[in-house]
Ligand binder design. Sequence first.
Ligand code: BG6
Ligand code: MG
Length: 216
Amino acid sequence: MPIQGFIFDLDGVITDTAEYHYRAWKRLADELGIPFTREENEALRGIPRRESLLLMLKGRSYPEDVLTELMERKNGYYLEFIREISPCDLLPGARELLHEIRAAGLKIALGSASKNAREVLERLGITDLFDAIADGYSVTRQKPAPDLFLHAARLLDLPPTACVVVEDATAGVEAALAGGFYVVGIGPQERVGRAHLVIPSLSGIRLQDICRRLEQ
Ligand code: BG6
Ligand code: MG
């Protein structure tokens, strides 16, 4: 089936909020006296807030109300960081590709696990480029379950086999494969190597190249 739509992950694909998520978790980890490195943060890409907290805590257990407070504290730090975001923070090639897809008459959805996705899109000034938004509030089962991308495809009124998912996280690539989508992985082979097409970034990437390489 020809490609008729794109579903973009947000953090690490359209903008480098992955760095802000890291800094917010790192600040919380420092306060709790838990060692937490940039390498460890890689495992949190695409992982929802609660699971990310549990991974950062590395088996330490806290009562439920403390877990909630810790998630809120982390999100407070994250919100402080993203207050600085502006249209300059679009990753290279993202704006050009989004415009090219729209100009070609294809549809675009967001498929992000983040509950802050709408705010980030607003700050980047690109909300109006999206026909539909699936975010951290949209489904119960998160990536690597395919639910979020299936929900996005439904909002676009397209079957998964006509949609390309663009992802930077292992969990996101697995979610898209499980849903029957074409998958473009952004980043190193060891992270997104299972995608149908792997590229280092969106810089210089043309719509035609993606379609040709996926549809062949
Ligand atoms: C994903 C990020 O997009 O959203 C994860 O890759 C993050 O790092 C997840 O944990 C949930 O985000 P938020 O903004 O709802 O805490
Ligand atoms: Mg991501």
